[in-house]
Design a binder for this molecule. Structure first.
Ligand code: PNS
Length: 163
């Protein structure tokens, strides 16, 4: 049976850190479904519309059959069950990620015991990369080319009028 993992997140926008984690996830799972979900803490501060995030991710992973891009409004664990996934994939960069991730994983386990959360360490190169820090730098005209896929770099420049 195909082993499926859900890689959930805001992806506003996708970074090279996300790509690195998906690559690592595919060493453990047959298929990774990238699920754009609502993070209530970030909902009002989204830079890219969900449709734009889908478009960027679809371009980044075009032609890769074992990667799917989708979106879901509601509980992550319900989506995981709906998609026959056995695991939720999350990346850990620094200790600062741990508390939030730990809480979320335990809540998700309380809600659906059969879904396991699998944490993978992101590559050392991406340890300080986050969508938020990339947006902040790009908004002031900073060069983030080495931290995001080319399409994201282009879209950030369009958004902030620094093209
Ligand atoms: O990239 P992010 O913003 O850290 O991802 C957080 C996300 C979207 C995975 C999380 O907020 C989430 O799972 N949202 C959906 C609602 C849900 O199931 N919350 C967790 C249990 S209450």
């Amino acid at each position: 049976m195909e082993k499926i993992a859900i890689y959930p997140g805001s992806f506003d926008p996708p970074t090279n850190g996300h790509l690195d984690l998906i690559e690592r996830g595919l060493k453990l799972f047959d298929k990774v479904i990238i699920a754009i979900l609502c993070n209530p803490a970030k909902a009002s501060s989204g830079l890219f519309a969900v449709e734009e995030r889908i478009e960027m991710l679809n371009e980044i992973f075009a032609g890769q059959d074992h990667i799917e891009v989708d979106t879901h409004y509601g509980l992550l664990v319900d989506y995981a069950v709906k998609r026959d996934a056995s695991a939720i994939l999350r990346g850990l960069r620094a200790v600062s990620d741990f508390e939030y991730e730990f809480q979320m994983a335990l809540m998700n386990r309380r809600l659906k015991r059969q879904i396991q959360t699998v944490f993978l360490m992101s590559g050392f190169k991406w340890i300080f990369t986050s969508s938020s820090i990339v947006k902040e730098a790009a908004s002031f005209g900073g060069d983030v080319e080495s931290m995001v896929p080319p399409i994201v770099n282009r879209k950030l420049k369009e958004k902030y009028g620094t093209a």
